[in-house]
Design a protein around this ligand. Structure first.
Ligand code: FAD
Length: 509
């Protein structure tokens, strides 16, 4: 009889973990509280258009890329509609204070050249900086899907230094230091606490080349779901786990909101760990110190999101991600810059990202745009006790103000932009919290702190013998990090390097 793995949560982490375990012969059940599978990959329909929840600029899908290889091993690569972002310009940064644009290219040499165009005297420093990024990422066997023989991981001094300290070590020009840090909203970065390895990992994904999901990220979630079902697994949606029952340090079963009861050999949580511990019927099943630690770890910031339906043929399709930042000195505090005169609510959106998601048959014009403005939880705290659709007129008014601010900023770059907009929908950190069960609507889960690495590193194994963790709070976040963490989770069941060896032998056979 195949061992049963019950996965709580059908986000990217739950789906990858389920797809790998189903491929390796386990009997997989996924329980997802929302009616649609995918978590942060979910798409939704508004004004007759399908919008992705997030921006989903994704790395690791290029030829030989780690996530592409995992998809090939799972046998789903031919169903992934990835659209490569042209290498000449993957990201375009606009600094409002001097109305200056910076275009960033992918490819190691091209990346250096694209920045040297603006900072010619920093060329050699940029070369050394990119080499250092590669060295740091090379310390992570998992990133390159290499089997690991190490019991203890020891890393170079640079690996765990602060991201801004690492940049400053190589780049001497103050302004260029700010520009190479533009990427920090992709990892919820803080200058002096985010470790260099997080900055290096996200940077290398951009340097190696980015893609987008043509036709929406939901297709990718559905493909993983189909892969699980085709191997005999079950994916149950619209029925979340309400109670986890325990006997000592062992889970004996779970009960869903609709009263269904499930038992399994392994229970795997894809939830934010703080959401997970609230489901235990006997909280003391997990040691108090462990629970306290999970509650204490700070979370990365959240985001205010605008989903715009654009008028037909009014705005071009942009194949790069746009970054708007008020001033050079704001680049590092994009997510924490919103308190003005001690007032969170009326603070201005001084930085944001924007992108036009591609259709399957993308033409020269965009049908829609997503704008994401990093925002801390404090901004919406006054409505934290409200639920979706019942937050009150002051909240709706506040959202309208934020939307107006962002549209005004867009007009600084694209005069008359508002005339291109047909409909506006918005979401706040509260929306992210309530749809995905993520503490404080955090975009990327737990924040890593180079001054206290022990606090922010949560292993996949837990104090409960048959409970494992997966998802963005464990190890690395994002479209590339979460599948790699899923490998760690699966190997806690299947044996060290089991999945990695399978992936590699898939390419040798
Ligand atoms: C606005 C935004 C933009 C982003 N943009 C990018 C990007 O461009 N590139 C990138 O790489 N990453 C991006 N990310 C991050 C990326 O989306 C996440 O790292 C990833 O999707 C997290 O996957 P996960 O499985 O860990 O968590 P989630 O996707 O949050 O999945 C958790 C799942 O658990 C379910 N759940 C919660 N409680 C229960 C319960 N009691 N019972 C059952 N199910 C439950 C939730 O409904 C959800 O489906 C973005 C995130 C956000 C919020």
């Amino acid at each position: 009889m195949a061992k049963r793995a019950l996965i709580i949560g059908g986000g990217l982490g739950g789906l990858f973990t389920g797809a790998i375990l189903a491929k390796e012969g386990l009997d997989v059940i996924i329980l997802e509280k929302n009616r649609t599978i995918g978590g942060g990959l979910q798409s939704f329909k508004r004004f007759g258009e399908v919008f992705d929840t997030g921006m989903h600029v994704v790395g690791g899908l290029q030829e030989g890329g780690n996530i592409r290889r995992i998809c090939q091993y799972l046998g789903i690569w031919d169903k992934v509609h990835a659209k490569a972002i042209p290498s000449e310009c993957i990201d375009k940064i606009y600094i409002a204070e001097d109305k200056h644009y910076y275009e960033i290219a992918s490819g190691k040499e091209q990346y250096v050249d694209s920045l040297s165009k603006y900072f010619p005297h920093q060329h050699d420093n940029l070369v050394r900086y990119v080499e250092a990024i590669c060295r740091i990422v090379n310390e992570m066997d998992l990133f390159y899907l290499r089997p690991s023989s190490r019991d203890m991981f020891s890393h170079s001094e640079e690996f765990n230094m602060s991201a801004d300290g690492f940049i400053a070590k190589y780049i001497t020009d103050e302004r260029l230091r700010q520009i190479v840090a533009y990427i920090n909203p992709i990892y919820g970065g803080c200058a002096d606490t985010t470790p260099a390895f997080i900055h290096a990992t996200i940077s290398i994904l951009h340097i190696n080349g980015l893609s987008r999901f043509a036709g929406g990220s939901q297709r990718f979630a559905d493909t993983l779901c189909d892969s699980i079902k085709s191997r005999g697994g079950k994916v149950i949606v619209g029925d979340g786990v309400q109670h986890i029952h325990t006997d000592g340090r062992n889970i004996t079963g779970v009960t869903t909101c609709n009263g269904q009861h499930f038992t399994a050999d392994y229970y795997i949580s894809d939830l934010h760990p703080c959401t997970l511990i609230s489901l235990f019927d006997t909280p003391s099943a997990l040691p108090k110190a462990y629970r306290s630690r999970l509650q204490e770890i700070p979370n990365t910031y959240s985001s205010f999101l605008l989903y715009l339906k654009l008028k037909p043929k009014s705005f071009p399709y942009l194949d790069y991600t746009g970054f708007y930042v008020q001033g050079y000195d704001r680049i590092w505090d994009i997510g924490s810059s919103l308190m003005v005169n001690g007032n969170w609510k009326n603070s201005k959106c001084e930085a944001f990202l924007y992108m036009t998601p591609p259709e399957i048959d993308q033409g020269p014009f965009s049908q829609k745009m997503i704008i994401a403005a990093p925002m801390t939880w404090q901004v919406v705290r006054e409505w934290e006790c409200t639920t979706v659709g019942h937050r009150g007129s002051d909240y709706e008014e506040w959202k309208r103000t934020k939307a107006d601010e962002l549209l005004a900023r867009m007009e600084e770059m694209y005069p008359d932009f508002r005339a291109c907009v047909e409909d506006v929908n918005s979401a706040s950190p509260l929306t992210i919290r309530d749809y995905f069960g993520t503490k404080e609507g955090s975009m990327f889960g737990y924040a890593k702190d180079c001054k206290n690495m022990a606090l922010s590193l949560v292993p996949v194994v837990t104090k409960i013998s048959n409970l494992l963790l997966t998802g963005q709070c464990i190890n690395l976040h994002g479209f590339c990090g979460v599948p790699l963490t899923a490998i760690n989770t699966c190997e806690a069941i299947l044996g060290r390097n089991y999945v990695i060896n399978k992936i590699n032998s898939h390419f040798q056979s």
